[in-house]
Design a protein around this ligand. Structure first.
Ligand code: HEC
Ligand code: HEC
Ligand code: HEC
Ligand code: HEC
Ligand code: HEC
Length: 178
């Protein structure tokens, strides 16, 4: 520890101070990484959007409420079963999916984009009436080759209001807060 010796040679920087400094540094680092390290979102299957979209599937084939209902929804294993009961590829992820289908297990996807329960949002309103593309809010999901780790767009109140203002949509507090 050359640095330790340099500090120890200075008046007031005894070994105890150096050790104390080292300990603080170590604990600080551990605490920082425990609090701020982004934890990986583990999805049950390493799902590939790009391959499915390239094979002609539409967004609403899996997110059945995206055009007609308030909630888009995430697919149940029944949706996957219709194509994956027998093997289409040699992918180990697909093999895992087939084992889950055979065992009657459900896919517990972790939802990333979320708004609090006191906020009302309708996909139908935005997709059907306003004719907005999914990508306007969700980014290029059709290009995603692995499940995203972070949301492309965080639905904050300011984000909602910014678009409403830009498009001349008049909204009262009660329209979103019901
Ligand atoms: C074959 C089924 C399938 C198709 C087709 C599909 N998705 Fe998905 N989507 C999923 C699955 C499974 C997940 C969860 C795993 C993941 O994030 O990859 C998901 C996750 C998402 C999410 C993240 C939701 C969240 O809160 O975590 C968005 C947004 C999304 N899809 C949008 C789209 C759009 C837009 C399209 C059309 C371009 C599309 N999806 C087509 C199956 C599908
Ligand atoms: C309409 C049919 C269809 C549905 C529904 C479908 N898939 Fe697929 N899936 C395919 C096809 C076709 C491929 C082969 C893609 C390729 O290799 O180009 C594939 C490939 C895969 C693979 C291997 C891809 C890779 O990474 O190499 C996995 C894993 C997979 N699908 C998971 C799912 C899951 C999970 C669901 C349900 C949420 C699902 N699929 C729904 C048709 C479908
Ligand atoms: C105007 C912005 C906007 C548009 C356009 C939009 N979404 Fe969403 N999406 C959201 C918001 C906000 C949430 C979170 C809603 C919640 O938690 O209730 C969400 C959630 C989702 C989810 C997570 C599951 C769920 O139901 O909460 C999926 C999947 C999804 N959207 C797919 C789509 C698809 C597919 C399209 C296009 C057909 C689309 N979205 C268009 C804003 C949008
Ligand atoms: C990219 C633009 C865009 C974003 C982002 C967006 N909206 Fe909208 N929203 C619209 C448009 C355009 C309309 C008008 C739809 C119509 O013509 O019926 C609308 C209508 C609405 C309505 C019904 C009209 C009203 O105000 O009474 C509600 C409620 C609403 N949005 C809530 C939300 C919430 C909540 C969010 C954020 C989570 C959000 N919107 C984000 C574009 C957007
Ligand atoms: C276009 C939709 C929309 C409108 C209009 C809107 N809000 Fe919000 N509001 C949201 C969303 C989405 C959130 C949650 C995300 C966030 O906290 O940014 C939110 C969060 C809030 C919160 C924070 C609550 C919490 O959980 O911490 C308050 C307070 C609030 N809104 C008050 C208002 C008031 C007051 C008005 C009218 C002047 C209003 N909002 C109008 C969409 C809207």
């Amino acid at each position: 520890m050359r640095l330790a010796r340099v500090f120890s040679s200075l008046p007031g920087f005894g070994p105890a101070v150096v050790a104390g400094f080292g300990l603080c540094f170590l604990l600080g680092n551990l605490l920082f990484s425990a609090v701020f390290r982004p934890t990986r979102t583990a999805q049950p299957i390493a799902f590939n959007h790009a391959k499915h979209v390239a094979n002609g599937l539409g967004c609403a084939d899996c997110h059945s409420g995206a055009e007609q209902q308030a909630r888009a929804g995430l697919p149940t294993i029944e949706t996957c079963r219709s194509c994956h009961e027998s093997a289409l590829t040699e992918s180990p992820e697909e093999a895992k999916l087939r084992r889950m289908v055979a065992a009657g297990e459900e896919l517990r996807w972790t939802k990333l984009v979320r708004i609090p329960a006191h906020v009302y949002f309708s996909h139908r309103r935005h997709v059907q009436s306003a004719k907005l593309d999914c990508a306007t809010c969700h980014g290029a999901m059709d290009k995603a080759t692995t499940p995203p780790q972070r949301v492309a767009w965080v639905p904050t109140m300011n984000a909602c209001l910014a678009c409403h203002q830009a498009r001349g949509v008049k909204s009262d507090c009660n329209d979103c807060h019901r």
